[in-house]
Design a protein around this ligand. Structure first.
Ligand code: ZN
Ligand code: ZN
Length: 265
């Protein structure tokens, strides 16, 4: 058979791919992408860290008789978003490949998390207490997830961190308890919202006063700490041993020599 428009030989009836796409071009509909200027997340159904390819692909419009097999998408984000889509498809028993480029505006909108922390909103308070070195390390860890932090308050023997997400606060419990800290949970009344009392979760995280290089007593033996955690890794008689943190007693540095004497006798 021959194409009714250009006369090229074709497998089916009617038009060849080139003519069909000439008359019914693939095009990109105008669209916008919403991005939070604070954390850089994208809005598509919900707030996501990355762009969902469908966010772009759904705006590429295909003529009715085109069967799309595959789309390879590449995009670049600056002030606007530029993209190229390589389309693999089929029309009238003929396979084809086409490339289409497009761009769209990026609209700025503060996401839910960022707007909550800007307003001083919080769902949980983490109270870090105890070992200063470990509190400092914990704060460094939390600062990676800054968007969840609503406020930080220095207090007498530690600091209180106000978090915008209860789920994020909960995820910290395991991390710090595995790290050797004792955890205590409580609730505080955070006011009334829509006629209901709102409770806020309070998580007290107390770090043990133990650091790498400290000496502890375990079953009347002196051990040196190699790693701090719920399970300590210690050195006893040149051997590594795993000991639960609640089974040891710390030896103050100035009393270490006394201990060494008594035990060796
Ligand atoms: Zn043709
Ligand atoms: Zn944000």
């Amino acid at each position: 058979m021959f194409c009714a428009r250009c006369g090229k030989e074709i497998k089916g009836f009617g038009l060849c791919v080139a003519c069909y796409l000439d008359l019914n071009p693939i095009y990109v509909e105008n669209f916008e992408i919403v991005r939070c200027p604070v954390c850089g997340h994208f809005l598509y159904k919900t707030w996501n860290e990355k762009i969902d390819n469908m966010q772009i692909i759904k705006n590429i419009k295909f003529p009715e008789k085109i069967e799309v097999r595959k789309i390879d998408l590449h995009y670049k984000i600056s002030k606007i978003l530029n993209f190229t889509a390589r389309i693999y498809g089929k029309y009238n028993n003929e396979e084809f490949e086409r490339e289409i480029s497009g761009k769209c505006k990026i609209i700025k909108k503060i996401c839910i998390e960022c707007s909550r922390s800007a307003r001083g909103y919080y769902e949980a308070i983490i109270q870090f207490r105890g070992n200063e070195v470990q509190i400092k390390r914990a704060m460094e860890f939390l600062n990676i997830n800054k968007k969840f932090i609503s406020k930080v308050e220095e207090v007498k023997n530690g600091c209180d961190v106000y978090l915008t997400s209860k789920d994020f606060a909960n995820s910290l419990i395991k991390i710090f308890s595995d790290g050797g800290a004792t955890i205590k949970l409580s609730k505080s009344i955070g006011g009334v919202k829509d006629g209901k009392t709102v409770f806020r979760k309070c998580i007290l995280i107390k770090f043990p006063d133990l650091n790498v290089g400290d000496y502890v007593l375990f079953k009347n033996k002196i051990c040196k700490i190699l790693k701090v955690g719920k399970i300590l890794i210690c050195e006893i008689n040149n051997k590594e041993k795993r000991i639960p943190i609640n089974k040891v007693a710390k030896i103050p540095k100035d009393e270490l020599s006394n201990y060494l004497n008594t035990i060796e006798k």
